[in-house]
Design a protein around this ligand. Structure first.
Ligand code: SF4
Ligand code: SF4
Length: 138
């Protein structure tokens, strides 16, 4: 199993989760963090450290956030390792809890083709949420 960073981390990037991780499993992008699934040891320490409840264990990822499971794995191979959390982004408090933030996720160009497969919206139980990613590039 692993743990997964989900949508509410976008544009927040509080670093408190990173500081408690015993194996440096986090990777850092411009406005989002991910967890490397091969490094995570499922200690669960980071979950309660996230002030915006963005981290879930693999089996508890909400339906509308399932797209972040492969996204964490993919970006963990692209973004650099992070061992210290640092400060949150300047407007983190304003972005906390905002819905539909994934359109603001800044992604590297080299993974955009791999992400095309996730662009197709999926019908969810609520019928009101899409897992489609609108990609912004660095
Ligand atoms: S604590 Fe939460 S919001 Fe902050 S970087 Fe970690 S996952 Fe993202
Ligand atoms: S569950 Fe533990 S090992 Fe996995 S990312 Fe969180 S703190 Fe690191």
């Amino acid at each position: 199993m692993t743990h997964v960073v989900t949508e509410n981390c976008i544009n927040c990037k509080h670093g408190s989760c990173v500081d408690v991780c015993p194996v440096d499993a986090f990777r850092e992008g411009p406005n989002f963090l991910v967890i490397a699934p091969d490094d995570c040891i499922d200690c669960h320490l980071c979950v309660s450290e996230c002030p915006v409840e963005a981290i879930h264990d693999l089996e508890s990822v909400p339906e509308a956030q399932q797209v972040f499971i492969p996204l964490n794995a993919l970006l963990a191979n692209v973004w650099p390792e992070l061992s210290e959390g640092g400060d949150p982004l300047p407007n983190a408090h304003e972005w906390s809890g905002k819905p539909d933030k994934r359109e603001f996720l800044v992604l590297p160009r080299e993974v955009s083709s791999a992400l095309d497969a996730w662009r197709t919206p999926r019908s969810l139980d609520s019928g009101s949420t899409s897992t489609e990613l609108d990609l912004h590039h660095e």
